[in-house]
Design a binder for this molecule. Structure first.
Ligand SMILES: CC(C)(COP(=O)(O)OP(=O)(O)OC[C@H]1O[C@@H](n2cnc3c(N)ncnc32)[C@H](O)[C@@H]1OP(=O)(O)O)[C@@H](O)C(=O)NCCC(=O)NCCS
Length: 424
């Protein structure tokens, strides 16, 4: 059967405020966090008839307890979507939500869905990292990977070993800047617009409302960070201050065929260009975004200089710096995580991919001169994932915004169309 691929767009994304693991969400169920996000998306978009949602893909790294029972399906039911709307669960550790988006996007491009919800949740308080896992003994006995590969902080120390130029001082300096950028973004109301207020419960404190992120430490100084212990290795370089913490939170977004977005009047925040995942040595999983990005750029026919906005997940400062050094990007570059990142905000594993997309969509809105942007992240067991997006607000003499946002059926400019290169 002859078939045409369709353009795919990111319509909108929301998230719960992120909490410290087992703190403000200690008595809140993980599935309820993601249900809040789906309900908020539907509330914000009354132009989307609920029965037009064709799929709900929700990621969680641990898929037991309140993150079990095929969470995409249970979340769809609990959110009040029609019973005709199916759902499924997905896992690629830290890139769970990113993979949920790329999976439904591929289905949309193929013509299997018109509109889908994708997102992720991790309640690291209810599901501590590594709890209940049963790694195949061959991994250890046959030395398929070094045992440090199973402890993410240890892999970050390994990365420092591999790149001695990435010093503790540089990592701390990057971490302090993430905190300050986030504080600035909060001051300007940038973070709040995507937050869903969550009713919380505590048997001791009663009912409460979670309306802001709990982990940020805006008063962070480099001097304060320099005093912190290195829990993953004596005299190491990775600390609680230059790593993402242990967190609870959820995200969700609407992904649609561009032609359906035009039909329903859904806004277009970003247009998908391409994506790639790549494997690396599990012992240095943090370097994963490098080959994933090279692969994605090659598929899109783009060069790193064509990317004008970056959202890089900050699992650890060292891993962001390894990426920036590889591509010759300055560590203080304002195009990279301008609203702060996971070091300040938190990283509820499987949810973070959509949080990056929410921030990139905001960058696109603020910066119409940028045509292409990327979301990228490292992934446990040695992987990286990169998604390249195009800015629908982009305007330049060569590519007026009106052309780019042309609706239904209009062929979007090919990613390999290089006429606007250099406008980052
Ligand atoms: C690094 C890690 C072990 C720290 O856990 P923790 O010890 O519970 O962290 P805390 O928040 O209690 O912080 C430890 C100390 O650092 C201090 N600290 C943390 N951030 C700070 C900052 N920005 N400025 C100053 N001090 C800070 C805390 O106040 C605390 O001090 P204390 O011991 O005097 O109370 C944990 O966050 C971790 O494992 N992170 C990585 C998560 C991960 O692997 N994710 C997956 C990525 S692939």
């Amino acid at each position: 059967m002859p078939r045409e691929l369709r353009e795919v767009v990111f319509v909108d994304g929301v998230r719960t405020p992120f909490g410290k693991a087992g703190s403000m969400y200690a008595e809140t169920r993980a599935d309820d966090l993601v249900v809040n996000c789906i309900r908020e998306l539907m509330r914000r978009h009354p132009e989307l008839p609920p029965e037009r949602v064709d799929e709900v893909a929700i990621a969680a790294t641990t898929q037991t307890g309140d993150q079990g029972l095929t969470i995409g399906r249970t979340a769809a039911l609990l959110a009040g979507l029609p019973r005709s709307v199916p759902g499924y669960a997905i896992d690629r550790m830290c890139a769970g939500a990113m993979t949920a988006v790329t999976s439904v996007a591929s289905g949309i491009a193929f013509g299997a869905y018109d509109v889908a919800v994708a997102g992720g949740v991790e309640h690291m308080g209810h599901h501590p990292m590594g709890q209940g896992i049963d790694p195949n003994p061959r991994i250890g006995s046959e030395k398929l990977v070094d045992e440090s590969a199973l402890v993410m902080g240890a892999t970050a120390e390994n990365l420092h070993d591999r790149f001695p130029g990435i010093t503790r001082d540089r990592a701390d300096s990057y971490a302090a800047s993430s905190q300050h950028r986030l504080a600035d973004a909060y001051q300007h109301g940038i973070i709040q617009e995507s937050l869903v207020t969550v009713a919380t419960r505590s048997s001791q404190l009663g009912w409460g409302l979670a309306s802001t992120d709990e982990p940020p430490r805006p008063g962070t100084t480099k001097e304060g960070l320099a005093r912190l212990k290195t829990p993953f290795r004596p005299h190491g370089r990775v600390t609680a201050g230059n790593a993402a913490g242990l967190n609870d939170g959820a995200t969700a977004c609407l992904v649609a065929a561009e032609i359906t977005a035009a039909e329903l009047g859904l806004p277009v925040a970003m247009r998908l260009v391409t994506y790639a995942f790549a494997g690396v040595d599990p012992e240095v999983m943090g370097v994963g975004p490098v080959p994933a990005t090279e692969r994605a750029l090659a598929r899109a026919g783009l060069a790193i200089d064509d990317i004008g906005a970056y959202e890089i997940n900050e699992a650890f400062a060292v891993q962001v710096l390894a990426f920036l050094d590889h591509f010759g990007i300055d560590q203080g570059d304002p195009r990279v995580n301008p609203y702060g990142g996971a070091i300040a905000l938190g990283h509820p594993l499987a949810s973070s991919g959509v949080r990056l997309m929410i921030h990139l969509a905001r960058q696109f809105r603020e910066r119409p001169e940028v045509r292409y942007g990327m979301t990228t992240m490292c992934i446990g067991l040695g992987m990286g994932g990169t998604v390249i997006w195009e800015n629908p607000h982009h305007s330049s003499p060569a590519h007026p915004a009106a052309d780019l946002s042309e609706p239904a059926g209009a062929a979007a400019p090919a990613a390999s169309d290089t006429s606007a290169k250099g406008e980052r």
